[in-house]
Structure formats: C-alpha cells, structure tokens
Ligand binder design. Structure first.
Ligand SMILES: [Ca+2]
Ligand SMILES: [Ca+2]
Ligand SMILES: [Ca+2]
Ligand SMILES: [Ca+2]
Length: 277
C-alpha cells in the first residue's frame, strides 16, 4: 500500500497540504485519504464525498447503498442518512388519528404515528384513537354542540333531541324570543308544561279534554270562552246552560261565545295549550 500512498500524496498535496494521509499511520483501506476526484485515490479506489464537506478515498466496493443498520454504508460520514423510505407514509395499525404514520430509522425501519392520542374534541375526528369519533359529546342534549359539533344554542334555548329549542315550557317566559312563550311556541309541542306530577304537556286539546267535564287547566278553549274552567262540566252543564246564556252568548244549541261547545269543538282550530296527557 505504500505505492498508493505516494500517488495520493502527490496528487492532492497541493490541495490539502498536511491533511494528506501519506504521512499518517492510517490504513488507506479505511478511507482516510482526502481527495477531490477518483484520480486522486489510485487504482481500485474511488473518491467519495462526505455529507458535510471534502471527500475521502475508499476502496471500490467498500461503499454501498445506505441502509438502516447503524452504519455509514455509503461512506459519506453520516450514519443511516438519506434513506429513501424514511418519511414515507405507513399504517401504524392503531385507530383514529393515530392510524397514519411515517417510516423512520430507529434500529430498523419502523412506522411511527403522525399523531399521538389526545383529548377527544368535538371535531369529527377520533382524537383519542379509541376507534370512536366524538364519543364524549351528546348531540341530543349538548347546548354547545347541538345536533353537531359547534352548534351552540342561543340564550334561552336548550338542546333537545339535537335541536336548539325553547329552554322551558312552564315558566311563562318566551325564553328564546321566538315563537311565543311556553306552549305558544311550537318548539314546546309535547313537552312538559305543567306540574311535574300532573303529566301536563303542550299540545292541541282534543274535544274530550275541552268540554266533556275535564278542566282545561287554564288553557284557552275556543280562543276565549273558557276563562279558567267555565266549560268544566259544573258551570256549563249546570245552572248557566240550563238557562240560555253562557259567557254572554247563547248556549241553547251548541254555540258558546260564538264558537263550538261540547260537540262542536272537535272541528275547531285551537291554539296549543297545556293539557294533561
Ligand atoms: Ca451514510
Ligand atoms: Ca446505515
Ligand atoms: Ca375517540
Ligand atoms: Ca373528536
């Protein structure tokens, strides 16, 4: 190997000066001679550039393609560098947002997830990687995510069955300022409106509830006639009806206050009220 050392020294001496290895004790087969071209290295050797700067002579066949093995296979001075598959996408085998990964060289090519499990957010994604999307949110009742993520119910509204609606139907207040108070708001249809133990719910009365001896619970009947129970069997069917007048109008037949009474109510278009169910 002494002859090659001389050749190399002659070729690169002007360029690298004292760096040239001919005077060193380093085995040239280990590639410690600086060079700028293959011709600097002698027969059977090649000049391999380093990843940072400069180049060294290596015996041909010594330097091979880089693989993930903890070695500098391609002799460029960097271990496990420029591996083409590193950074490419892969499947981690995990669920949700953790399913997609990228290949890295870590004792071998491995697939690491691009995202780690995090708190479940309402975002249409499986953030905590448990295979369920937005599972911590109840779109039926969550006023911050009513029906879907981000739908916030306004003041006075609650989330019922996935829709923002009048918060209460029993407080005499038009909570949402839309559609009227309580049972006057169509959003209160079939919702509790009266005493908790009474089973009262907003809705349209049927004829039997209006006039057949059942109090109307203060809800209107025929728009204006009931006035808090006039029709409740005792009044209409008793003294008042026995005569001729009821609420200022004739009741001799079926008329009552200009509208139907007991037998005619079924066909009326009555406003919704709070009725026992
Ligand atoms: Ca390398
Ligand atoms: Ca390597
Ligand atoms: Ca989840
Ligand atoms: Ca989520």
């Amino acid at each position: 190997m002494a002859s090659r050392g001389v050749v190399v020294a002659a070729a690169v001496g002007a360029l690298v000066g004292a760096v040239v290895g001919c005077k060193s004790s380093v085995d040239p087969d280990q590639g410690k001679f600086a060079c700028t071209a293959d011709g600097d290295c002698g027969d059977g050797f090649q000049c391999v550039p380093r990843f940072d700067k400069g180049a060294y002579c290596y015996k041909k066949g010594t330097c091979v393609a880089e693989t993930c093995n903890g070695l500098d296979d391609n002799c460029n001075g960097a271990v496990d560098d420029n591996l083409p598959e590193v950074g490419t996408t892969c499947s981690t085998g995990l669920k949700g947002d953790c399913a997609m990964g990228a290949k890295v060289c870590d004792g071998g090519i491995v697939c690491v997830p691009l995202a780690l499990p995090g708190p479940e957010l309402c975002n249409g994604r499986d953030d905590d990687c448990d295979g369920l999307t937005d599972e911590d949110f109840d779109f039926q009742t969550d006023s911050q995510h009513c029906g879907n993520c981000g739908t916030v119910c306004g003041t006075g509204n609650g989330c019922l069955a996935g829709t923002c609606r009048e918060a209460r139907c029993d407080d005499g207040v038009d909570n949402d300022n839309v559609g009227g108070a309580d049972c006057a708001d169509p959003a209160c249809l079939d919702r509790a409106c009266g005493p908790a133990d009474g089973g009262f719910r907003c809705g349209l009365a049927d004829a039997g509830q209006l006039d057949a001896g059942v109090p109307d619970a203060g809800a209107p009947d025929a728009g204006e006639g009931d006035a808090g129970g006039v029709d409740a069997g005792d009044v209409d069917a008793g003294a008042v009806d026995a005569g001729d007048l009821d609420a200022g109008a004739s009741d001799a037949g079926d008329a009552d206050g200009g509208a139907g009474d007991a037998g005619s109510d079924a066909g009326l278009q009555l406003p919704p009220g709070c009725f026992p169910r």
